[in-house]
Ligand binder design. Structure first.
Ligand code: TYD
Ligand code: MG
Length: 460
């Protein structure tokens, strides 16, 4: 028998291939992630019928951009994240924890599309037709343009799509799809890669927009393969606290639009509902007259969102004080604590510091630095920050408060929600047109910010 190798080792985290087992993956540096998987029988899996035949090169100048047709999904928040609607022939990955609402969102998309007489195929490898029907009943009355296929065999899914030629197909989920030519189990790196390749051919060759659902591991990446992220056109992540009702849809990669837009939804009895004004929603339940709480403003794409930052600073009994962050970057918070210690004389090194972005949303824009600093000082000195105040600005290592972009939009949003005082970088003030009924305070350094808080206390 020829000594051909029929198995390879794949990293289950990033998809790295290796001829032998290794303890640590050279690709992603994770430990113990290599699993032996048989390679494709017969050397190549490319037994597919080529659907892209006879394609000739065309001159770039002869391609009209009208060819990029977009179909509205009927859900404005989703259209925003996709960059204006579903591009025909695109392959989109929707990732997220189990139970976050991926199937619900896509079934709602199917509902709106079929209402507009688009032909849609929903392939489910996870749920039975009855289960899908039960879910659909909560969403609305579906018409006959939605076809349901409960199947996990990749070949028969492909054949059905070729026969039916829908405009949009939904694959729920990629981890359940099974290709007979690949001997490893469904959900393994080779299976997922193989299946995604087939759906890519379907999308590009037949000009069908395909949504793929992908589960996410506890580390927050699409289970198994990052390879999948490279292959698709758009990657959307569904995030949010499972215990809170709102959900955030975030664009991570988008070949047809910007990637920093977010869509905000609320899970209700009848599926996901769009949240048109997320700031109001995020600030709901903000405590009054409590120290350690401040409202900050972060730009998510083109939209400013106001969030409440909470900090709790207390005397530590531990030799190495505890620092905990939820909803923001841990290292960034540590850096800001060091800036406060060195540049503003705050002795925080003997204190435990807990920081939380209320509502479970994750914010990492540097413009929330000033808010983080104020929340920490407010808790440390037990000074209540006026509830009609918001803060934004980036903080540098010398303690300087640096400019941020789109300052005017942030001020506008604050005004819309009835805030009266804005603490912001002095250097960004020239970008602001005078706004009635709002007091703008420009700060140059962290020391200025601390002094402002102290003087507020004096005048109260
Ligand atoms: P689901 O869409 O099945 O999640 P995923 O496909 O990401 O695993 O999410 C279902 C969850 O949402 C489940 O906990 C029930 C809840 N839900 C509602 O609260 N209201 C609804 O109308 C629907 C359809 C589901
Ligand atoms: Mg599901």
């Amino acid at each position: 028998m020829a000594k051909g190798k029929t198995t390879l080792f794949f990293c289950q985290n990033c998809g790295y291939e290796s001829a032998k087992w290794q303890g640590q993956c050279p690709g992603c540096h994770e430990w113990n992630t290599f699993v032996e998987e048989p390679t494709v029988k017969g050397g190549s899996s490319v037994k597919r019928k080529s659907t892209v035949s006879g394609v000739k090169p065309v001159q770039l100048s002869h391609i009209s951009t009208d060819e990029e047709q977009r179909i509205s999904s009927g859900i404005r928040e989703l259209d925003r994240v996709l960059g204006g609607g579903i591009v025909s022939g695109s392959l989109m990955l929707v990732g997220g924890d189990p139970g976050i609402g991926k199937s619900t969102l896509l079934l709602q998309v199917c509902y709106h599309l079929t209402e507009k007489k688009h032909k849609v195929l929903y392939v489910s490898g996870e749920e039975s037709a009855q289960q899908i029907k039960l879910r659909a009943k909560r969403i609305g009355e579906f018409n006959e343009d939605l076809l349901i296929l409960c199947e996990t065999n990749l070949d028969s899914v492909r054949e059905t799509i070729e026969q039916l030629r829908p405009e949009i197909a939904v694959i729920d989920s990629i981890q359940t799809m099974y290709n007979e030519n690949v001997a490893s189990a469904p959900g393994s790196v080779s299976q997922v890669r193989e299946s995604t390749g087939v759906f890519m051919q379907i999308a590009k060759g037949m000009n069908i927009s395909v949504f793929i659902v992908g589960h996410v591991t506890k580390e927050g990446v699409v289970a198994g393969p990052r390879v999948l992220e490279h292959m698709v056109d758009t990657v959307l992540y569904f995030e949010g606290d499972r215990y809170a009702s709102y959900r955030i849809l975030r664009g991570v990669k988008n070949r047809f639009g910007s990637t920093n837009e977010i869509g905000v939804f609320e899970m209700s009895q009848n599926g996901l509902r769009e949240v048109a004004n997320p700031s109001e929603y995020m600030l709901d339940g903000k405590p009054v007259n409590a120290s350690g709480s401040v409202v900050a403003c972060s730009m998510e794409g083109t939209r400013p969102i106001l969030i409440e930052i909470q900090a709790l600073v207390c005397q530590s009994n531990l030799p190495m004080p505890r620092r905990t962050t939820a909803g923001t970057d841990f290292n960034r918070v540590n850096l800001l604590l060091a800036v406060l210690e060195k540049r503003a004389g705050m002795h925080l090194s003997a204190c435990d510091v807990y920081v939380n972005i209320a509502g479970g949303i994750r914010m990492t824009e540097p413009a929330i630095d000033l808010g983080l600093i104020l929340a920490v000082v407010s808790s440390f000195k037990d000074i209540v920050i006026d509830e009609k105040t918001i803060a934004f600005g980036e903080v540098g290592l010398s303690g300087e408060i640096r400019s941020v972009n789109m300052a005017q939009q942030r001020v506008q949003e604050a005004k819309k929600l009835g805030f009266e005082t804005i603490l912001m970088p002095k250097v960004s003030m020239k970008a602001i047109t005078k706004t009635e009924g709002i007091r703008i305070i420009g700060l140059e350094t962290v020391r200025d910010a601390v002094q402002y808080l102290m003087s507020e206390k004096n005048c109260c």
